[in-house]
Design a protein around this ligand. Structure first.
Ligand code: ATP
Length: 373
């Protein structure tokens, strides 16, 4: 098992003028990426489609040339090493199994190719198969497997080589909701068992939040933030991260600060809503200051009958069973709140809105960067 270090990594695809769909605006698919994944850590590369996650993984695997920068696996600079010499396990999105071979032979394939002796191969397959819950599939042909079973075999194939580093690219993307959730739990258990350094590509923030020790959030090839799930959720560095992490996303509204006496409030165009600015921001705001205010839907509350909250009209109501989502127009924007309150609302109902001012974040209107107290 080894750690991974990525230093000032760049990738520019040479396309003879032709561009792929979603091609990056700045021509770099990956731009000045720096990442450290400690030995035994599980990191997720997270970002929207086309942001450069797969490109980063493929460069790490040696399947794609590096334009500039260095990749170390353990202390070894691997820039010019062949993939088979990098001691990596790959579990990619498409399950490229060998159709004429049984599951057993698929799992054993790479060890056989390396000339590992039969008894050792059998020992390892018998070790891995129960771990991936595919021991009862060993005699089956790939065509007979469900999506989840294929994925389990795929991961078994990747880990049987006892890689220094396990690279997974959207391994759950072919699965539907329930199977996805089940496999997520299995992957978590597996990684706990084998304690392998892992880099996991996903565009699903829930997957990243639930599996990873640390998440690297990427946009347009540029690393936005690298931190634990709690750090990226509670302390986002910019508007992009704040709105990418969390479901439903953080409410982000343009605001003008108004001073009243000794206090400051967030105010909004064409709305009566007024939210107290936390005192910790008093050093950086002034009356008339324009910025964006972010607040998570669970920090917007419905006040009781005696609440001092602002009366607001319900615009949208969704009942999702265990939670209800309410949308309120604030000028042209829609402010979402989540409640487990049993009450049913309909559009036009009036509720008292209370916003937990201490939970708000401020962002620069132009750059989207967090404004820190
Ligand atoms: N072989 C290629 N030739 C040219 N451009 C490419 C190639 N592969 C990827 N790109 C471009 O590089 C950028 C990053 O793509 P990449 O596949 O790494 O993103 P991603 O974040 O993994 O996206 P997805 O989640 O959709 O797989 C995109 O703009 C994409 O169009």
């Amino acid at each position: 098992m080894a750690g991974l270090r990525i230093e000032h990594l760049y990738k520019r695809y040479e396309n003879n003028g032709k561009k792929k769909k979603n091609a990056v605006q700045n021509d770099y698919a990956v731009k000045d990426l720096n990442l450290v994944c400690e030995q035994g850590e599980f990191i997720a590369l997270l970002g929207p489609s086309g942001c450069g996650k797969t490109t980063t993984l493929r460069m790490t695997a040696g399947l794609e040339d590096i334009t500039k920068g260095d990749i170390y696996i353990g202390d070894t600079l691997v820039n010019n090493l062949h993939p088979k010499d990098r001691h990596i396990g790959l579990a990619f999105e498409d399950y490229a199994m060998y159709p004429p071979l049984t599951v057993y032979d698929n799992i054993a394939f790479n060890l056989k190719a390396k000339g590992v002796d039969k008894a050792e191969i059998d020992k390892r397959v018998q070790e891995i198969a129960p771990l991936m819950q595919c021991d009862d599939l060993l005699d089956k042909m790939p065509v007979k497997l469900s999506g989840g079973q294929k994925q389990r075999v795929n991961i078994a194939r990747a880990i049987i080589r006892r890689p220094e580093l396990l690279l997974m690219d959207e391994p759950l993307s072919h699965l539907d909701g329930k199977a996805r959730q089940a496999m997520r739990t299995e992957i978590k258990r597996l990684i706990n068992d084998i304690k392998c350094t892992t880099v996991y590509v996903t565009h699903d923030q829930l997957e990243a939040m639930s599996l990873a020790d640390k998440i690297a959030i990427i946009n347009f090839g540029v690393l936005q933030q690298f931190g634990t799930p709690a750090e990226v959720y509670d302390d986002p560095v910019n508007e992009f991260v704040a709105s990418f992490i969390g479901e439903p996303p953080m409410n982000i509204l343009e605001t003008t600060i108004a001073g009243e006496g000794d206090h400051f409030f967030f105010t909004f165009k064409d709305s009566n809503l007024k939210i107290a600015v936390p005192e910790r921001y008093y050093k950086v705001v002034s009356s008339g200051f324009k910025c964006k205010m972010g607040v998570r839907p669970m920090d917007v509350l419905i006040g009781g009958a005696d609440s001092m909250g602002t009366p607001e009209e319900v615009a949208t109501f969704e009942n999702l069973g265990d939670e209800r989502r309410i949308g309120i127009h604030v000028g042209e924007a829609l402010l979402m709140l989540i409640t487990d309150d049993e009450a049913r609302y309909k559009s036009g109902d009036i509720i008292k809105l209370e916003v937990r001012g201490e939970k708000t974040h401020l962002f620069d209107i132009e750059t989207g960067d967090r404004i820190r107290e």
